[in-house]
Design a protein around this ligand. Structure first.
Ligand code: SF4
Length: 112
């Protein structure tokens, strides 16, 4: 399965913005996800709905992504689908991703 960084002309390529990752930290630092009706989520879903990669991207998100909106699905959406379909999230190969993007010096998160 291709990663989203390999897609040709995805609709999100020219649309930056925080709404792709609508998880927000509250005052205690805990993450919470904005509701599906929030402006950010609705904006991202609208863009995904017009993207030719929506299905493939949604599948990628189900298998690999904890945060963000992928194929129009939020983190909360993916939790529901994963339970229904008995999907276990695979580790995202972030070092491989960095290499694909031309940054082969990425050593992973060494903060722990
Ligand atoms: S489906 Fe959405 S997140 Fe995925 S490539 Fe298309 S616009 Fe980007």
């Amino acid at each position: 399965m291709r990663g989203p960084w390999e897609y040709e002309n995805p609709s999100c390529a020219s649309v930056g913005g925080d709404f792709w990752f609508p998880e927000k930290a509250n005052s205690k630092g805990a993450m919470r996800t904005l509701s599906g009706t929030s402006f950010e989520v609705q904006m991202a879903r609208k863009i995904c709905n017009g993207c030719v990669h929506k299905s493939e991207c949604g599948q990628w998100g189900l298998l690999h992504e904890k945060f963000g909106i992928w194929g129009g699905l939020t983190e909360a959406d993916r939790v529901i689908y994963r339970k229904r379909l008995n999907i276990i999230v695979e580790e995202v190969g972030i070092a491989n991703l960095a290499e694909s993007l031309g940054n082969s010096t990425y050593q992973g998160d060494t903060s722990t």
